[in-house]
Design a protein around this ligand. Structure first.
Ligand SMILES: *[C@@H]1O[C@H](CO)[C@@H](O)[C@H](O)[C@H]1NC(C)=O
Length: 169
């Protein structure tokens, strides 16, 4: 029975991520980023913009390393430091675990007058933008797609696929 639930979970996750990637890929044409066509290192693998202490978002994305995220990570994390006037001072992006994504949100450092915002997202190269306030410094997971019009179809497909997968097994 445990195996059954595990299989179900894995199957729905896989299809969910696939359908989610499709939705994201449709929305992103920024910086001409496309999901890679080369073979993936393991199932559900993904990439994040990855940079450490870039001066701003452009310089992070422009020179970001293009590599697959480690298997123990599931999300893309972005740390943005900026002045009270909104000028970026540091941008860091990386692959992250669910635990690391608990730190999303914005904090104000009184001594320096600087702000720090952290956001997390799920999906292929999803961390294009940088968080600037409480609205976008959030943990954005794929389930958010359910609320959109096209998302309704995306639920039934994973459900159907899970049932089919389980039946075949
Ligand atoms: C948060 O930042 C985004 C992008 O910079 C902006 O469009 C939005 O209006 C901001 N929201 C608030 C509540 O300040």
């Amino acid at each position: 029975m445990l195996l059954f639930y595990h299989t179900l979970a894995v199957a729905s996750l896989q299809i969910f991520i696939c359908s989610g990637n499709w939705a994201i890929a449709k929305n992103i044409n920024f910086y001409n980023v496309r999901p890679p066509l080369d073979s993936t290192p393991f199932p559900n693998s993904f990439k994040c913009f990855t940079c450490a202490n870039a001066v701003d978002n452009y310089n992070c994305n422009r020179w970001a390393e293009d590599k697959w995220c480690p298997e123990n990570t599931q999300y893309c994390l972005t740390v943005h430091h900026f002045t009270s006037r909104g000028r970026s001072t540091s941008v860091t992006k990386k692959c992250a675990t669910r635990d690391e994504c608990r730190s999303v949100g914005c904090h104000h450092h009184r001594e320096t007058g600087h702000k720090e915002c952290i956001s997390c997202c799920e999906g292929m190269i999803c961390n294009v933008e940088i968080p600037t306030n409480h609205t976008n410094a959030v943990f954005a997971v794929m389930h958010a797609w359910r609320t959109s019009e096209g998302g309704r179809r995306a639920i039934s497909i994973p459900l159907l696929a899970s049932v089919v997968t389980v039946t075949l097994l």
